[in-house]
Design a protein around this ligand. Structure first.
Ligand code: ADP
Ligand code: MG
Length: 759
C-alpha cells in the first residue's frame, strides 16, 4: 500500500449466480460462460443466429462463476479494499445487477453461515481481527445504515422510522447526511447487532419486501479511525470510510410492473440508478466537463466513490439463464463502462471531523477533572497526616498510586462519614443545648453529609464516564501471542498470496493474448509464399471475426441507446402532459391573484435543489416580519400592539380585546304571506259549482223527462253556493238518490251527470 496520490481505476468484477430451481425445472438454457482464468464472460444471445459461433465477450478485472465461494471473492477482491480502509483510505463496494441475481447474497449472504456470509459480515471479522492484532494504535469503529427509496433517505438505525433525512454539504468534509445516527461498536457482535437492527427496520416499513428491496438502495457505512504516534512523537489520526452499497435492481421498471404506480413515483424509483449511469458515462466520456452528481441522492452521497477520493469495487451480478439475456448484456455493458472511471484515493490524515480526536480530548479533560478532585483530597489528607506526625511519603508508581488512591479514597470517605455520624450523636446526647439549637446543628451536619455524598457520586460518575469512553477506543495486542491466532494469520496470508498470484496470472494471460496478435506478425518469417498466404489468411479470418464482433457490439449498443432514448422520450412526453394539465388547471381555476401570491412566496432551496414556499407573511416589509410583535399593556389578555391600534382606528370585531360582542337582535326576513283566496276563472268556477252542488238540492221534474232529457239543467234547480270553499262530497247528503226513487214510480230516473265539465 502506498501513500501515492496517483489515480487508479474502479475495479469491476462479475459474478454469475447458479441456475435456481425454477430455471432448472423450466429447462432454460445457459447462455453465460465464465472464463475465470482469463477474466472473461461470454454471452450467447439465443435470438441471434451467429451468436453460437461468436459469443459476445466481456473482459473484467476478475470474474466468478456459479461455483465461486464467498470467501474467494472476499480474499481476492474485497480484502485488499478493506485493508486500505483500515489504512485510512475511503472504500466503496457497489453491488449492481438485476433483481434476483445475488446482490444481497454477495453483500450480506446467509447471516449465520460462515461459509455463505457475504462481504459485510466478513469485513466485520476482518476489521476487528486487524485491530486485535495491531500494536501501539488506538481505534474507533462506528457504523451507520441508511436506505434511499424514491429519493428519500431513511436512517435504518433511528428509532423514528418515519423521519426522512437531508443531505448537506460542507466545504471541508463534503456531502454528508444530516442527523444520521452512527453507533460506536467495540466488537464483531456489536456491529452485527447494528446490522441486524437495520435489516429489521428495512423490512418493517415495506409491505412487500421483495419489491421494496429491489427498488431501494441500502448503504452500510463503517468508519474506522486509527490514531498512532508518529516517529516525531506526534499523534496522527487516519480515517477510513467503507461504504457497502446494495443497489436497487437494475432491470427496466416496466418489467416489474410500474404501470400501476403514479407517474411521479415511477420516475423517482430508479432516478438514483439512472443518475449513477449518467455519472459513469460522463466520467468515462472524458469530453464532458460537467458530472451530474447532483441529479440524485445516491450519486451525491457517493460522489467520492466515483471519480474522487476513494477506492471502488463494483460487483456486477448476472443470472445465467436464457430468458435474462437482455438484462445480462445490459448489466455487462454498464459495468464495462465503469472500468474506465479513474479515482484518486488518498489517505485521510487528521481530518477535522475525526471522532477519535474528540474522544481523546474529552477523556483527557475528564481525567484532568478527576485529578483535580483527588488532588484536593490528597492535600486534605496530607494536611491531616502532617498533623498526625506522619511524613507523607511520595508514591513511586502510577499504578500503585491509583490503587492506593482508590483505597484511600474509600477509607477517607468512610472516615469522614463516621466522624460526622459521631458528631451527630454527640449533638443528640448533649443536654446542655436547647432543642432549637440542636435541630439547627443537626441540620447543618446532615447537609454536610449530603454534600459529601454528592461529591463522591459526582466523582464516581466522572470515573465511570472516563472508563466507558476509554472502553470504546480499541487497542490491539491483547492476544497476539495466541497460538491459534498466529496460525490463522498465517493461513490468511497464504490465502491472500494465492489470491494475489491468481490475479497476476490472469493479468499476464490477458496481456499475453493481446500481445500475441500484435507481435506475432513481426517475428514471423515465412518459408514459402504458400505458407505466408495460409498464415495471413488465418489471421485475416481471425481479424475479420473480431471486426464482425465489434460491429455487432456497436449495433447492439446503438439499439440499446435507441431503446433508452425512446423510453426517455416517452417519460418526457408524459411529464410534459402532466405539466400541461397542471398549467391548465392553474390558468382556469386559480385566481391570478392567488397564483401570484404563491409565485412570490416560492424560492429555490439551493441546498436541496428543491422549490419551497416561504411561510405566509407580508413579504413586502420583511423587516417587520422578522421582529416579534409588540405587546399592548393594560388588557386582561395578551394583545399585540398592532391589534390595539387597529381596534382604535375602526370598530373591527377581529381586534376586540375581550370576547364581548354587542350585537342587536337581527330578525330574519319573513318568508310567508297572508292567505288569499284563490282567484278562479269564471268558467272553472261554474263547472265547480255545478259539480259540487248537493244532490238533494237537485229538483227533478219527471214530467218533462221524456222531452227534455238531453236539455240543460231543470229550471227549478236552485243554485246554492257552498258555505265554505271546501268541496262537499255527495256522500254527505242525507237522502240518497236512488234510481228507483218512490217519487218517480214507473220508469227509472237518472240524475244528471256530475262531470266537471258542463254538458
Ligand atoms: P438480489 O439481491 O440481487 O435481488 P438475492 O441476493 O436476493 O438477489 O439472490 C436471489 C436468490 O439467489 C437468493 O435466494 C440467493 O440465495 C440466491 N443466490 C444468489 N447468488 C447466489 C450464489 N452465488 N450462490 C448461491 N445462491 C445464490
Ligand atoms: Mg436484494
Amino acid at each position: 500500500m502506498s501513500k501515492s496520490k496517483s489515480s487508479e481505476t474502479v475495479k469491476v468484477v462479475v459474478r454469475c449466480r447458479p441456475m435456481n430451481e425454477k430455471e432448472r425445472d423450466a429447462k432454460f438454457g445457459r447462455v453465460v460462460a465464465v472464463d475465470v482464468k482469463l477474466g472473461q464472460i461470454l454471452v450467447r444471445n439465443p435470438k441471434e443466429a451467429s451468436s453460437s459461433d461468436h459469443p459476445k465477450v466481456f473482459t473484467f478485472d476478475s470474474v466468478y462463476d456459479w461455483n465461486s465461494k464467498q470467501i474467494d471473492l472476499y480474499d481476492e477482491t474485497f480484502r485488499p479494499l478493506v485493508d486500505s480502509v483500515l489504512f485510512g483510505f475511503n472504500g466503496t463496494i457497489f453491488a449492481y445487477g438485476q433483481t434476483g441475481t445475488g446482490k444481497t447474497y454477495t453483500m450480506e449472504g446467509v447471516r449465520n453461515d460462515i461459509e455463505r456470509r457475504g462481504v459485510i459480515p466478513n469485513s466485520f471479522e476482518h476489521i476487528f481481527t486487524h485491530i486485535s492484532r495491531s500494536q501501539n494504535q488506538q481505534y474507533l469503529v462506528r457504523a451507520s445504515y441508511l436506505e434511499i427509496y424514491q429519493e428519500e433517505i431513511k436512517d435504518l438505525l433511528s428509532k423514528d422510522q418515519t423521519r426522512r433525512l437531508e443531505l448537506r454539504e460542507r466545504p471541508d468534509t463534503g456531502v454528508y447526511v444530516k442527523d444520521l445516527s452512527s453507533f460506536v461498536t467495540k466488537s464483531v457482535r456489536e456491529i452485527e447487532h447494528v446490522m441486524n437492527v437495520g435489516n429489521q427496520n428495512r423490512s418493517v416499513g415495506a409491505t412487500n419486501m421483495n419489491e421494496h428491496s429491489s427498488r431501494s438502495h441500502a448503504i452500510f457505512v463503517i468508519t474506522v479511525e486509527c490514531s498512532e504516534l508518529d516517529d516525531d512523537g506526534e499523534n496522527h489520526i487516519r480515517v477510513g470510510k467503507l461504504n457497502l452499497v446494495d443497489l436497487a435492481g437494475s432491470e427496466r421498471q416496466t418489467k416489474t410492473g410500474a404501470q400501476g404506480e403514479r407517474l411521479k413515483e415511477a420516475t423517482k424509483i430508479n432516478l438514483s440508478l439512472s443518475a449513477l449511469g449518467n455519472v459513469i458515462s460522463a466520467l468515462v466520456d472524458g469530453r464532458s466537463s460537467h458530472i451530474p452528481y447532483r441529479d440524485s441522492k445516491l450519486t451525491r452521497l457517493l460522489q467520492d466513490s466515483l471519480g474522487g477520493n476513494a477506492r471502488t469495487v463494483m460487483v456486477a451480478n448476472i443470472g445465467p439463464a436464457s430468458y435474462n439475456v437482455e438484462e445480462t448484456l445490459t448489466t455487462l455493458r454498464y459495468s464495462n463502462r465503469a472500468k474506465n472511471i479513474k479515482n484518486k484515493p488518498r489517505i485521510n490524515e487528521d481530518p477535522k471531523d475525526a471522532l477519535l480526536r474528540e474522544f481523546q480530548e474529552e477523556i483527557a479533560r475528564l481525567k484532568e477533572q478527576l485529578e483535580k478532585r483527588s488532588g484536593k483530597k490528597k492535600k486534605r489528607r496530607q494536611r491531616k497526616r502532617a498533623g498526625e506526625g506522619s511524613d507523607g511519603e511520595d508514591l513511586e508508581d502510577g499504578e500503585t498510586e491509583d490503587d492506593d488512591e482508590e483505597g484511600d479514597d474509600k477509607g477517607d470517605w468512610r472516615e469522614q462519614q463516621e466522624k460526622l455520624e459521631r458528631e451527630r450523636k454527640a449533638i443528640m446526647e448533649d443536654h446542655s443545648l436547647v432543642a432549637e439549637e440542636k435541630v439547627l446543628l443537626l441540620k447543618e451536619k446532615e447537609k454536610k453529609m449530603e454534600d459529601l455524598k454528592k461529591e463522591r457520586d459526582a466523582g464516581e460518575m466522572l470515573a465511570a464516564k472516563v472508563k466507558a469512553m476509554e472502553s470504546k477506543l480499541l487497542v490491539g495486542g491483547k492476544n497476539i501471542v495466541d497460538h491459534t491466532n498466529e496460525q490463522q494469520k498465517m493461513l490468511e496470508m497464504r490465502r491472500q498470496e494465492i489470491a494475489e498470484q491468481k490475479r497476476r496470472e490472469r493479468e499476464m494471460q490477458q496481456q499475453m493474448d493481446s500481445r500475441d496478435e500484435e507481435t506475432l506478425e513481426l517475428k514471423e518469417t515465412y518459408s514459402s509464399l504458400q505458407q505466408e498466404v495460409d498464415i495471413k489468411t488465418k489471421k485475416l479470418k481471425k481479424l475479420f471475426a473480431k471486426l464482425q464482433a465489434v460491429k455487432a457490439e456497436i449495433h447492439d449498443i446503438q439499439e440499446a441507446h435507441i431503446n433508452e432514448r425512446q423510453e426517455l422520450e416517452q417519460t418526457q412526453n408524459e411529464l410534459t402532459r402532466d405539466l400541461k394539465l397542471k398549467h391548465l388547471i392553474i390558468e382556469n381555476f386559480i385566481p391570478l391573484e392567488e397564483k401570484n401570491k404563491i409565485v412570490n412566496r416560492a424560492y429555490l432551496d439551493e441546498e436541496d435543489e428543491y422549490w419551497k414556499t416561504r411561510p405566509i407573511t407580508r413579504i413586502e416589509d420583511d423587516h417587520q416580519m422578522m421582529s416579534r410583535p409588540l405587546s399592548a399593556v393594560g388588557y386582561r389578555r395578551p394583545l399585540s400592539h398592532h391589534a390595539h391600534t387597529a381596534m382604535m382606528m375602526r370598530p373591527d370585531m377581529r381586534y376586540k380585546a375581550e370576547n364581548i360582542m354587542v350585537l342587536d337582535m337581527d330578525l330574519p326576513a319573513r318568508t310567508t304571506k297572508e292567505y288569499q283566496e284563490p282567484v278562479i276563472a269564471p268558467k272553472v268556477a261554474a263547472a265547480l259549482e255545478s259539480a259540487l252542488r248537493d244532490e238533494d238540492e237537485i229538483q227533478v221534474d219527471a214530467s218533462g223527462f221524456h222531452s227534455s232529457l238531453g236539455s240543460t239543467l231543470p229550471t227549478g234547480a236552485s243554485l246554492k253556493k257552498p258555505k265554505s270553499g271546501r268541496p262537499r262530497t255527495g256522500r254527505k247528503s242525507s237522502t240518497p238518490t236512488s234510481p228507483f226513487s218512490p217519487s218517480s214510480p214507473g220508469s227509472p230516473l237518472y240524475p244528471q251527470s256530475r262531470g266537471l265539465v258542463p254538458k
